[in-house]
Write a protein that binds this ligand. Structure first.
Ligand code: NAD
Length: 474
């Protein structure tokens, strides 16, 4: 029995268009209740080989399928997401922990996003035109893409890989996180009628499965979203057959609130920049630098909102924040909070962790030293250091003085000043008076150890292709 879905949800993998189970299974937990809500197969190495072989077998026909037909398939995927949004949102909420409205929002966002991807055309460039010779450069698929996703946004992050990989003519083996596999497997079931067998294979498994994929000689590219530590392992493991890599990794995004910011106007968006999805977002604000002259006002406003926002089971319509998604991450976030206490840091709010469920309350730490763990490490939970600064050059240096470079934000009423500071941040994305918003049309890339390569925009789509130049002597 599960609290939100009624019955255990035991779902199969999808290999070569067929439902596939395995002798061993993995239990999936609802992080709000710590109850088992379903099981998924623990893919064997032989089954992974079958999935890769199926994708390879499907590749020639899929790459030869006209572009317009592949675009149409992406539109169909969008339709399936929209038509099954309620069911998928229930599953996503129950396995991930996020509020029901946010889960539904994620399914609709995925449905909308893949249409935007489908509308893009691949350029064919005339690269050389001279007497006796003409060259064109076009973009051809790589072959079999191995896609690996994390547990914070399993559906939308899966669609970010499925859309461009299939559009450009690749076939796929997709592995969701073992913590949140159910929404992806259910989507896979729903998609099978509209996809040729073997074009999209879904596998689930434990710690061994990811490394098997990244070293697999039958996989040509790995598109990975997850932590920087795992990203390094993926890169090392993929060397055997020189796999192409796109790595979207961790972030430690700084928000810089300038002395001219309108505190009342920005308080809500600042709060959600840090705490949406209980801080489990790669581009969440993880360090908030506030000018000394308005620090106390910002601290007061954030603390007030924290007291108003309810955290709880995503099935409760009053919940606006859910639990940490899994026990491992829960323990990691708790250890950051414990470390802050041991260091004698002052808490503006939060800090007391109570079960059942992996709940960590909104926690704001008052001006901790720059060297403290809570500033230097990506919390990936609802724990935020609020930091004072007085000098703008000094705060930019502090914002940039980390190994990560995913995103950052500037909060100001002076556009020119904000633009000037934005240009000095060493991050792939900078927002002004906003955070986290991504678009299918702009490159999303991590600087430094936040990633390798690009997702989104035409340049993100082209990462699923390799250029082919054709010289024609005439
Ligand atoms: P993770 O790295 O632990 O796991 C991500 C995926 O990799 C999972 O499917 C996991 O099973 C798999 N995996 C684990 N070890 C592997 C290995 N050795 N080889 C291949 N695959 C392996 O990350 P997580 O805890 O699921 O997610 C949280 C992290 O993801 C955070 O650091 C967050 O910032 C990052 N993230 C980044 C983005 C982005 O776009 N940059 C988006 C979401 C999350």
């Amino acid at each position: 029995m599960t609290d939100n879905m009624g019955t255990l949800l035991n779902l199969p993998m999808m290999i070569d268009g067929k439902s596939v189970t395995s002798a061993q299974t993995i239990a999936v937990i609802n992080p709000a209740t710590e109850q088992v809500i379903g099981h998924v197969p623990d893919c064997t190495r032989a089954q992974l080989d079958e999935a890769v072989a199926a994708a390879r077998k499907a590749f020639p026909a899929w790459r030869a399928t006209p572009y317009a037909e592949r675009q149409q398939v992406l539109h169909e995927i969008s339709r399936v997401l929209a038509e099954n949004a309620e069911e998928l949102a229930d599953i996503l909420m129950t396995e991930q922990g996020k509020p029901r409205a946010d889960a539904l929002g994620e399914i609709h966002a995925a449905s909308w996003w893949i249409v935007q991807v489908a509308q893009q055309e691949l350029p064919v460039e005339v690269t050389d035109e001279m007497p006796g010779q003409r060259s064109i450069t076009r973009h051809v698929p790589l072959g079999v893409v191995g896609a690996i996703t994390p547990w914070n946004f399993p559906v939308v992050l899966g669609i970010w890989k499925i859309g461009p990989a299939l559009l450009t003519g690749n076939t796929m083996v997709l592995k969701p996180s073992p913590f949140t596999p159910l929404s992806t497997l259910r989507l896979g079931e729903l998609l099978q009628p509209i996809l040729p067998s073997g074009v999209l294979n879904l596998v689930t498994g434990g710690d061994a499965l990811g490394p098997w994929m990244t070293e697999h000689p039958g996989i040509d590219k790995i598109s990975f979203t997850g932590s920087t530590a795992t990203g390094r392992r993926v890169m090392a493991s993929a060397a055997g057959n020189l796999k192409r890599l796109t790595l979207e990794l961790g972030g430690n995004d700084a928000a810089i609130v300038l002395d001219d910011a309108d505190v009342e106007a920005i308080a809500e968006p600042l709060f959600w920049a840090a705490f949406k999805n209980s801080g489990q977002i790669c581009v969440a604000t993880k360090r908030m630098y506030v000018h000394d002259s308005i620090y106390d006002d910002v601290a007061k406003a954030l603390t007030r909102i924290a007291a108003e926002v309810q955290m709880g089971n995503g099935a409760d319509p009053a919940s606006r924040l859910g639990p940490i998604q899994n026990r491992v991450q829960f323990e990691r976030v708790k250890s950051l909070v414990e470390d802050a206490k041991a260091q004698g840091l002052r808490f503006l709010t939060g800090g007391e962790v109570q079960g059942p469920g992996f709940f960590v309350p909104v926690t704001i730490i008052d001006n901790p030293p720059e060297s403290s763990r809570v500033v230097q490490e990506e919390a990936f939970g609802p724990v935020l250091p609020l930091l004072r600064y007085t000098d703008i050059d000094e705060v930019i240096a502090r914002a940039n003085d980390v190994d990560m470079g995913l995103g950052g934000s500037i909060w100001s009423t002076n556009h020119d000043r904000a633009m000037e500071i934005a240009a000095r941040l060493e991050t792939g994305t900078v927002w002004i008076n906003a955070a986290q918003a991504l678009t299918p049309y702009a490159a999303f890339a991590g600087h430094k150890q936040s990633g390798l390569g690009i997702e989104q925009g035409l340049s993100g789509i082209l990462e699923f292709t390799v250029p082919q130049t054709i010289h024609h002597a005439r």
